[in-house]
Write a protein that binds this ligand. Structure first.
Ligand code: FAD
Length: 536
C-alpha cells in the first residue's frame, strides 16, 4: 500500500475526479489502480468561495514498488505506514500471581486503560464514583432543568467522564509516534461512532452517540473479564513503604492491588486533597480562565466559508483565535462548539462553571467557545492546591453574581467592552440552562484577565468579521479548562514517590481532551501490563 498526501480537489467533485487526480498524480494507467481508501480529508478555507479539499490516500497499485522507486524524491508519496495497534504484553495464561489492577475513574482515560488491560487479559476492576451513563444523564439534566446538583453524578462525574455531554471533538495536537490515537478512534468506531471519524481532519461525535458508545465499550470490557463498579468513590490510598497496596472506598471497603491507575479527571478536587495529604508528589501547573462566548452560527459559517456556507462536507464552521495582549497575557478560543449549547458544568454545590456541548448534527442556533486567558502558578502562589482554591473562589463568585440559584452571570459584548452591566438581550439568545442573569462580569475574574479579554475582542473581530457584535454574549465563568496541577510521574508512568500508582489522563496533567486522554490511557495500560508481567 502506498500513501499519497496533499492531493487537492475542489469542494464539489465526483469520486471519479478523485480517481483521475490520483492516476495523473502517480503517473499510472487507470487499470493499475486496484483500490484506495481515504486516510485523511481536510479542507483549506483560506480563500472563501474557493474552498479545496485536501486528501491523504492509501492507494493499492499493480506495480507499487516501481511507482515508489520512480517517485522516490516526492515528499508526498511513500509506503503507507502501519498504523495498526500491537499489544505489548499478555496476562499469564494461568491467571498469574497478581492482584487485579485497579483503575480509578471511568472517563476516556480510565476507559482506555481498562479496555486495553482487558484486551491483554488482565481483568481490571474500575472504580467510578458516578453512576452508569443513563442514570447519570438524568442527574446531569437535573441541574440543567431543575437546579438540582448531585455532587457525585453530574456533567463531570459518572460513566464516560467529563466529555460525555460534549461536542465530542476528537482531535489533538499531541505527539503520537505509535499511532495510539488511531487505536482510540478505531475502538470508537467499533462501538458505534460514525466511520468518518477515522478520516476527517476534525472529527466529532456529539453527545447522544457518545452515550451509547460508552455503554458498548463497557460491555466489551466486561465480556473480557473486566469489572466496572459504579457509585464507588475512592477516598483513600493504602500506601506501605512507598508502594501503593490498594484503596479504601467511601463505604469503608478496602480493595488490595499493587497497580492502581489514577484517572480521576480535573474536577476530583477532594481526591487531589486526599492525595496531597498522603504526600503523593504533585505540583501546580498553568491553566486558563475566562468566559463562554456565543454568536449566531450562521455568522461564523458565512465568515469562514462565504458562499459555500452550509455545504454538507464543511458542516458548521469552527474557529480558532488567539491574541497576545499588551499586559503580557494571551487570550485564546478553546473548546469551540459549532452549533451547540453552553452547559452548566459544576460538580460542587454553590458554584457556577460553564462549558460547551453539541449533538452530532451541530444544528443549534449558536456557536459557542471558551474565550480564556492563560494563567500560571505565579498568579496563584501557595503550592499544588492553590489553583483549585482560585477556581473555587471564581466559581463561587459566579454563583453569587448569577443570583445564587445556579443561573450563570452573563453580559453582552458591547456592555462588557464599555464596562457597564447588561440589562437586556439583543438578537443573540443565550443557550445556558437553567438560565442566565444579566449583570457586569468584570468582578468575576481578576482585573488582568478582564483587561486582556477586553483587548482581545476587537482583535478577534479583525479575524472574524462581526465577532465584536454588541449583542454577542459572554456567560461565566470558564475555569476548568485543564487541571490546575500535575501529579508528576517518571519514565515508568508511576508516581515519582509512590510506586505502583499510575497518575493518568487530564486530572494528572497528562492529557487535555477526549482523544489525548484515551491515548494516555493506552500508554498507561501498557506500562501497567509490562510491570505486572515483569513481576514488579
Ligand atoms: P474525566 O473524563 O474527567 O474522568 C474522570 C472520572 O473519574 C470521572 O468519571 C469521575 O467521576 C471519576 N472520579 C473522580 N474522582 C474519583 C474517585 N475519587 N473515585 C472514583 N472515581 C472518581 N474534550 C474534547 O476532546 N472534546 C470535546 O468536545 C470536549 N468537550 C467537553 C465538554 C464538556 C461539557 C466537558 C466538561 C469537557 C469536555 N472536554 C472535551 C474535555 C474532556 O471531557 C476531558 O479532557 C476528558 O474527559 C478527560 O478525560 P479523563 O478520563 O482524564 O478524565
Amino acid at each position: 500500500m502506498l500513501r499519497l498526501t496533499d492531493l487537492k480537489l475542489p469542494l464539489e467533485h465526483t469520486e471519479d475526479a478523485l480517481r483521475q487526480a490520483m492516476i495523473t498524480r502517480l503517473g499510472v494507467k487507470p487499470a493499475d489502480l486496484l483500490g484506495f481508501t481515504v486516510f485523511k480529508r481536510s479542507y483549506d478555507a483560506r480563500k472563501r468561495g474557493h474552498i479545496t479539499l485536501i486528501y491523504a490516500l492509501d492507494v493499492e497499485l499493480r506495480d507499487e514498488a516501481a511507482v515508489l522507486a520512480r517517485l522516490a524524491g516526492d515528499a508526498h508519496v511513500g509506503p503507507a505506514p502501519d498504523v495498526g495497534y500491537k499489544f505489548v504484553a499478555r496476562a499469564p495464561a494461568s491467571g498469574g500471581d497478581f492482584h487485579r489492577p485497579l483503575v480509578i475513574g471511568f472517563g476516556p482515560c480510565g476507559l482506555f486503560v481498562a479496555l486495553l488491560l482487558a484486551q491483554m487479559g488482565f481483568r481490571p476492576i474500575v472504580l467510578e464514583r458516578g453512576k452508569a451513563v443513563r442514570e447519570r444523564t438524568q442527574d446531569t439534566w437535573g441541574l440543567w432543568r431543575k437546579r438540582d446538583l448531585n455532587p457525585d453524578s453530574n456533567v463531570q462525574f459518572g460513566e464516560g467522564g467529563a466529555g460525555t455531554f460534549s461536542d465530542g471533538k476528537l482531535y489533538s495536537q499531541i505527539r503520537d509516534p505509535h499511532h495510539h490515537g488511531r487505536k482510540v478512534l478505531t475502538e470508537f468506531v467499533a462501538a458505534g461512532a460514525p466511520e468518518e471519524i477515522l478520516y476527517v481532519s476534525k472529527p466529532h461525535i456529539g453527545t447522544f452517540k457518545l452515550v451509547s458508545m460508552i455503554e458498548q465499550m463497557r460491555e466489551n470490557i466486561t465480556a473480557l473479564g473486566g469489572e466496572i463498579r459504579f457509585s464507588q468513590r475512592v477516598d483513600d490510598l493504602l500506601i506501605e513503604h512507598g508502594h501503593v497496596r490498594g484503596v479504601t472506598l467511601s463505604d469503608g471497603t478496602q480493595l488490595r492491588s499493587d497497580h492502581v491507575v489514577l484517572a480521576v479527571g480535573h474536577s476530583a478536587r477532594d481526591t487531589f486533597e486526599m492525595l496531597h495529604g498522603k504526600g503523593v508528589f504533585m505540583e501546580a501547573k498553568p491553566f486558563s480562565i475566562g468566559f463562554r462566548a456565543e454568536h449566531p452560527q450562521s455568522q461564523i459559517d458565512t465568515c469562514r466559508f462565504g458562499p459555500q456556507a452550509g455545504h454538507p462536507i464543511l458542516g458548521a464552521a469552527d474557529y480558532k483565535l488567539v491574541h497576545h495582549c499588551r499586559n503580557g497575557r494571551s487570550v485564546y478560543s478553546f473548546c469551540m462548539c459549532p452549533g451547540g449549547t453552553v452547559v452548566a458544568a459544576t460538580s460542587e454545590p454553590g458554584r457556577v462553571v460553564t462549558n460547551g456541548m453539541s449533538q452530532y448534527s451541530r444544528n443549534e442556533r449558536n456557536a459557542n467557545s471558551a474565550i480564556v486567558v492563560g494563567i500560571s502558578p505565579e498568579d496563584y502562589p501557595g503550592g499544588p492546591l492553590a489553583g483549585i482554591a482560585l477556581q473555587r473562589e471564581l466559581e463561587t463568585r459566579a454563583f453569587e453574581l448569577g443570583g445564587g440559584d445556579y443561573n450563570a452571570p452573563a453580559q453582552l459584548f458591547g456592555d462588557f467592552l464599555a464596562g457597564r452591566a447588561s440589562t437586556a438581550l439583543g438578537e443573540v439568545q443565550p443557550s445556558y440552562k437553567p438560565g442566565v442573569t444579566l449583570t457586569d462580569l468584570a468582578p468575576s475574574l481578576p482585573g488582568y484577565a478582564i483587561e486582556a479579554i477586553r483587548e482581545a475582542i476587537p482583535a478577534f473581530a479583525r479575524q472574524i468579521r462581526g465577532y465584536d457584535r454588541a449583542d454577542a454574549i459572554f456567560t461565566g465563568v470558564e475555569t476548568r479548562t485543564s487541571s490546575p496541577l500535575r501529579i508528576t510521574r517518571g519514565d515508568d508512568f508511576q508516581s515519582l514517590n509512590v510506586k505502583g500508582l499510575y497518575p493518568a489522563g487530564e486530572g494528572a496533567g497528562y492529557a487535555g481532551g477526549i482523544l489525548s486522554a484515551g491515548v494516555d490511557g493506552i500508554r498507561v495500560a501498557e506500562a501497567v501490563a509490562l510491570s505486572i508481567v515483569a513481576g514488579r
